[in-house]
Structure formats: structure tokens, C-alpha cells
Design a protein around this ligand. Structure first.
Ligand code: NAP
Length: 437
């Protein structure tokens, strides 16, 4: 077999890097259909990267969009696998299917009160401020002066910045319009980040931590038993850099602080208080010493990690929250599921930055090519399936996405913003225009 047809499900970095590897190989002629649940591509590059990190979004313009301009790649937006097309239909129509659907659930804290109104996952908050259509109606309460974030990873830092950045700065980004307006009226003055371990074990990265040095009007306070001079610790290089930054943050003086971020390390949440709404979080030293204390707050954001969601028709490992796989080959109890692969967070769990997906996709595509060379992939036909689908619902082509993109950029340019995102599915489909792929 010298040619094959692949469906890639999900157009975030994981899916786009898989497409790059498929395009770069020269052994086979390959046709690729990219299926995406939303009318818009790029996954977390559009709906996850913080609005004040525009440089991290450039990858879509500088790399990913060129893959979708290739004659052997087609984009089908507004198509959900599981409801519009089943897994079985998909595998019956393609030689190979690569799922790159990310991690769309949250890790639970598993403490009482976690589900009270006012307690949100950071995933929901991030989706809301980034204009994800699923999150546009969420109503966050910023009326209380204090917010608590559980976790000290990069997501926790993103969320802390969004709550404390001067609104004038946010207004120059592509933050969703509804979020900009709500944050303009926010009364949150203090954000507490709870780290269950010490600052030497914090999950954030140093470049993201260093950004806090440049937050205008925001005082930073570090509460940690293990904050010591980096050269006095036996810690690795990354940790020593983070310690040095934490010391700089602690020493930094802000002339007229308007807001405050407090890192409270060695503390774990025990329960969330409130009858009908979050009013506080009970915390305790993680080593069990000391007594319980309550931090009053009106908003609680759980930034403790994402979790993959099971996909109908695919084996799922409930312990790790990923589709069961070895090196990207989906594995049933009896062995590999021929022609079905995973890449990105649904393969390896919610770890790593955008670029980590390149290597991950190389491994998955490597397995696919090996199976193709061994003659293990079949020869089906996808066109009937997609034509049938296009008769049932509006499918967004790459050209349709370009219409949306142009409309958003034009709306933004009037306000000197990179774009004003459209967040309503109906509005997005109207902007996309032509239903034909
Ligand atoms: P993460 O890096 O895994 O951090 C999760 C944090 O939650 C850790 O501090 C962890 O503490 C804590 N935690 C976990 N379970 C907890 C519990 N039950 N109670 C209290 N604390 C708990 O996850 P993330 O921040 O969601 O980020 C996900 C991935 O996206 C990471 O690889 C991250 O680097 C990446 N990302 C990158 C950027 C960027 O490049 N700017 C931005 C956002 C996200 P322990 O360490 O003690 O488990």
C-alpha cells in the first residue's frame, strides 16, 4: 500500500503536530481529514493559552495554518465524534484514526463543599475568559475581595494573573469581551495560591513565575518554610532558578499596591465552607501539624490538573484518565486496536507545554507508519460519510474558518486589539458562511 487516508480528531497542538509528521514523511501518499468539534481550529492555542501570552498563539499563524492549506488536508469544523459521527463509522471509513482530543475534564479535590456555587475548576475559568462557546454563559462572582486558587502549576499562575492584571492591559488582548467587562467590575483585591507541598516542589515554570516581577501594582507575598538561598540547597537547576525568582519576588517593593498575590505553601484544602455559596476554604498544614484555619473567600478556583474524558468505543484507563495505549497505539485487553491511535493529553495525561506535543505526535505517527509498512491498515472510503454529514449539519471548512478569523481580526482592529472573539456557535457558523467543505 502506497497511500492511505487518516482522520485526525481534534485540531489543537497535538493534532496539528500529528499532521505535520504525516506531511513530512515521504514514503506514502497521505490524505488527511481533520475533524474538530468547534467551528474554530487550534484547541488550547485559542481557548487555553492566556490572553496576555500572544507570543504563544503565534504558532497557529506561523505553522499550523499552513498544514490546512495543503491540498491533501481538509478541515471539517463543527463535527463531533460520538454524536455526529460514531467511532465505528470513523474507523470503517479511514485507514487510520488519530485521536488528539486533549483532556476535557477536571481532577477532583475530593473534599466536602467542592461543588458549592462559587467553586469552579480553573479549566472552566480559562475557557470562559478565552471565549470558548461552552463557557460563555458561566457567571463568576468577583464581588468578594479575596479569591483562592488551589494548586501552584502554570494554570494557577495564568489564572492569578487574569485576576490581578490591570484591566487596561487586559483590554489590549484577545480576552473574551464578556470576561473583560466582568473583570473590569471585579472587586477581587487578594488572590491566595495554595500549594500543598513546598515552594521547592511547585509545578510552575520559572519563565511564568518571572512574569509576576512585572505585574503593575501587584504586591507578591511568599509564605514557605523551604524558601532558602538556591546555592544552599541541593536542588536541581530548575528548582534553584525558581527559588531565586521567588526571593526576588519577595524582595520586590511596589510603590502603591492595588492588589496582592499570596503564595501559601505547605497548606492543603480540607473542606469548602458555605451554605448556598462558597464563603471560605478550610486549610491545614499538609504535615498535619497546627490547627485548622479558614480563609474567607467568595471565589475558589481549583487549578489542580485536568483529566481526560472517556471516548465511546475506545478503551479507557480510569486510573490515569487516558485512552489505553502503548506509544500511541490504542490497546484493547487482547492487543493493539488496528488503525486507531492517540496523541497529546488523551495519550499521556495533562502534562507538558505546546511544544511537548511534537515529540509525542512523532511517536504516535511513527507507530502508524510502521503499521502501514506492515500492511496492517485497510482501504476504506470516507467521502460518503462526510457528504452525508454535510447534508445533516453545517460543516465548517478551512475557508469558513478564514472568514471567521477575518471577521474577528477586523472587529479587533477598530479597538486596537488582536481580535474580538466570536463566542456563540450560531454567530461563528454565520461568519463561516458556506457550508460546503
Ligand atoms: P500541574 O502542572 O500538574 O499542577 C497542578 C498543581 O495542583 C500542582 O501544584 C499540584 O501539587 C496541585 N495539586 C494536585 N492535586 C491536588 C490536590 N488534591 N490538592 C491540592 N493541590 C493539588 O497542572 P496545571 O497547572 O493544570 O498544568 C497542566 C499542564 O499545562 C502543565 O504541564 C503545565 O506546564 C502546562 N501549562 C503550561 C503553560 C505555559 O507554558 N505557560 C500554561 C498553562 C499550563 P503537587 O505538585 O503537590 O501534586
Amino acid at each position: 500500500m502506497n497511500s492511505f487516508k487518516v482522520a485526525v480528531v481534534g485540531s489543537g497542538p497535538a493534532g496539528m503536530y500529528a499532521i505535520q509528521h504525516l506531511l513530512e514523511q515521504t514514503r506514502f501518499d497521505v490524505e488527511i481529514d481533520l475533524l474538530e468539534r468547534l467551528p474554530t481550529p487550534w484547541g488550547l492555542v485559542r481557548a487555553g493559552v492566556a490572553p496576555d501570552h500572544p507570543e504563544k498563539k503565534l504558532i497557529a499563524d506561523r505553522l499550523f495554518q499552513f498544514f490546512l492549506k495543503r491540498s491533501n488536508v481538509r478541515f471539517f469544523g463543527n463535527v463531533e465524534i460520538g454524536s455526529d459521527i460514531s467511532h465505528d463509522e470513523l474507523t470503517a471509513c479511514y485507514d487510520a484514526v488519530i485521536y488528539a482530543v486533549g483532556a476535557s475534564d477536571d481532577k477532583p479535590m475530593a473534599i466536602p463543599g467542592e461543588q458549592l456555587p462559587g467553586s469552579w475548576s480553573a479549566r472552566q475559568f480559562v475557557a470562559w475568559y478565552n471565549g470558548h462557546p461552552d463557557a460563555r454563559h458561566l457567571q463568576f462572582d468577583f464581588s468578594s475581595p479575596r479569591a483562592v486558587i488551589v494548586g501552584t502549576g502554570n494554570v494557577a499562575l495564568d489564572v492569578a494573573r487574569m485576576l490581578t492584571l490591570p484591566v487596561g492591559q487586559l483590554a489590549r488582548t484577545d480576552i473574551a469581551e464578556h470576561a473583560l467587562q466582568a473583570l473590569q467590575a471585579s472587586r477581587v483585591k487578594e488572590v491566595i495560591l495554595l500549594g500543598r507541598r513546598g515552594c521547592q516542589q511547585a509545578a510552575f515554570h520559572n519563565p511564568e513565575l518571572e512574569e509576576l516581577l512585572y505585574l503593575d501594582g501587584v504586591d507578591i507575598q511568599i509564605e514557605a518554610d523551604d524558601l532558602s538561598a538556591p546555592e544552599r540547597t541541593g536542588a536541581d537547576w530548575d528548582t534553584r532558578r525558581k527559588l531565586a525568582t521567588l526571593i526576588r519576588l519577595q524582595a520586590r517593593r511596589v510603590a502603591t499596591p492595588v492588589k496582592r498575590i499570596v503564595f501559601k505553601f505547605h497548606h492543603s484544602p480540607v473542606s469548602v465552607s458555605g451554605d448556598t455559596q462558597v464563603t471560605g476554604v478550610q486549610v491545614r498544614k499538609s504535615d498535619g501539624s497546627g490547627s485548622l484555619g479558614t480563609i474567607q473567600c467568595g471565589l475558589l478556583l481549583r487549578a489542580i490538573g485536568y483529566r481526560g474524558r472517556a471516548l465511546a468505543g475506545l478503551p479507557f484507563d480510569v486510573q490515569t484518565g487516558v485512552v489505553s495505549n502503548i506509544a500511541g497505539r490504542v490497546m484493547d485487553s487482547s492487543g493493539p486496536r488496528t488503525g486507531v491511535y492517540v496523541t497529546g493529553w488523551i495519550k499521556r495525561g495533562p502534562r507538558g507545554v505546546i511544544g511537548s506535543n511534537k515529540q509525542c505526535a512523532a511517536e504516535t505517527v511513527g507507530c502508524l507508519l510502521e503499521d502501514a509498512r506492515a500492511g496492517k491498515l485497510s482501504r476504506p472510503n470516507a467521502d460518503a460519510l462526510l457528504q452525508g454529514l454535510a447534508r445533516r449539519r453545517q460543516v465548517v471548512s478551512f475557508r469558513g474558518w478564514q472568514h471567521i478569523d477575518r471577521a474577528e481580526r477586523q472587529a479587533g482592529s477598530a479597538q486596537r486589539r488582536p481580535r474580538i472573539k466570536q463566542t456563540d456557535i450560531g454567530e461563528l457558523l454565520a461568519s463561516a458562511g458556506s457550508p460546503k467543505p
